[in-house]
Write a new protein. Structure first.
Length: 251
């Protein structure tokens, strides 16, 4: 039974495995202040487990995981630990589904490693330091100020590092250009009040083929707003896109 992961830099991560059909493993990555234990992620895991086994986890600094959040920088190491653990469970193909911050991490990870069968980025930013909405300005207050980090720790069980991005990680739209030939699905909502759909268009434009872009008219932001029908479509896309057979690590 999978209950914890250990990253390359020694951080312990709280994790969970929902078994599914053999062959495909799906790693689900939550957004900032999220958790695999929260209803939005549990709904996603339940739907995705119809087509593959699902490994979900808390990023560093979130929930019961150790460390402090670096808001998309060292979290790439967290996703790497989850992908490795999914292969260790016996799945021959592994895909990632990331929401918001988790989408940015999934894109950056896929640009540096060739062990994924597919990548799904839901409600993800294309660049850092975006402050164009009231929600993102509040989020930067949480990340960049002592009082904001205290609020995040008390109210959302999220411990954010005071050092910020040092160095600043590569922007997701730059990383997206190196994902091909791994299939990429970019999903975004027109009703997203936090990150507008222009970010999805930027990610899609930067990526090479094969790629798809879904702009959903009534969809808001990330896992908490993803309706069951959209989760079902994502699951169906993964089932149709990821071929059965050999391990992508040795293709």
């Amino acid at each position: 039974m999978l209950t914890a992961l250990r990253t390359a830099d020694g951080v312990r991560l709280d994790a969970h495995h929902d078994p599914g059909p053999a062959g495909l493993g799906i790693v689900v990555a939550h957004g900032l202040t999220g958790s695999w234990r929260r209803p939005g992620l549990r709904r996603a895991a339940a739907e995705l487990s119809r087509v593959g086994g699902v490994v979900s986890f808390d990023f560093r600094g979130h929930g019961r995981s150790g460390g402090r959040s670096t808001v998309g920088d060292r979290e790439v190491w967290d996703l790497a630990a989850a992908v490795d653990a999914t292969y260790a469970l016996g799945y021959r193909r592994v895909a990632t589904v990331g929401f918001s911050m988790g989408a940015a991490v999934a894109v950056r990870y896929a640009a540096t490693r060739r062990d994924l069968a597919a990548v799904v980025a839901v409600s993800g930013p294309s660049r850092w330091y975006y402050r164009g909405t009231a929600g993102m300005r509040r989020l930067h207050w949480v990340i960049e100020t002592r009082s904001g980090r205290l609020a995040g720790r008390v109210l959302r069980r999220t411990r954010i590092a005071a050092t910020g991005w040092n160095p600043v990680p590569e922007p997701p739209d730059v990383a997206a250009a190196r994902i091909a030939p791994t299939p990429l699905l970019v999903v975004h909502g027109e009703a997203d009040a936090l990150i507008p759909a222009e970010h999805a268009h930027a990610l899609y434009a930067a990526a090479g083929e094969p790629k798809e872009l879904w702009i959903e008219p009534a969809f808001g932001h990330a896992e908490n707003a993803t309706p069951p029908a959209l989760l079902s479509r994502i699951a169906a896309w993964l089932a149709a896109t990821v071929p059965a057979g050999s391990d992508p690590r040795i293709d």
